[in-house]
Design a protein around this ligand. Structure first.
Ligand SMILES: [Zn+2]
Length: 100
């Protein structure tokens, strides 16, 4: 009767703050991060690749992924976007001249 207690290593992940990066609906890069500012009461979802960005009201019951899904909805509805430069570029800058 040799019952041996087997020690089992239970590894709890000490790092709870894993980077939460999501895929961008616009550029397809996995570079969307959720920045929560509790002091301001806002949650910002930003793609560091193409600059797509949205801001939502901070809700303590929501997780990062929830803001991300809001972000996707907002993008699909066309509520958010990025200013694209290239098309319709301004031409003919007026140079200011000092008279004197
Ligand atoms: Zn993007």
């Amino acid at each position: 009767m040799g019952r041996r207690k087997r020690r089992r290593k239970i590894r709890l992940r000490p790092r709870r703050r894993l980077p939460k990066i999501f895929q961008c609906p616009r550029c397809g890069e996995t570079s969307v991060s959720v920045l929560i500012d509790r002091r301001k009461g806002v949650a910002r979802v930003v793609c560091s690749s193409c600059g797509l960005e949205a801001e939502f009201e901070y809700n303590p019951y929501l997780a990062e992924v929830d803001y991300y899904s809001k972000f996707l909805d907002a993008y699909e509805e066309g509520r958010i976007g990025v200013e694209e430069s290239g098309e319709g570029e301004k031409e003919g800058e007026e140079a200011e001249q000092d008279e004197g």
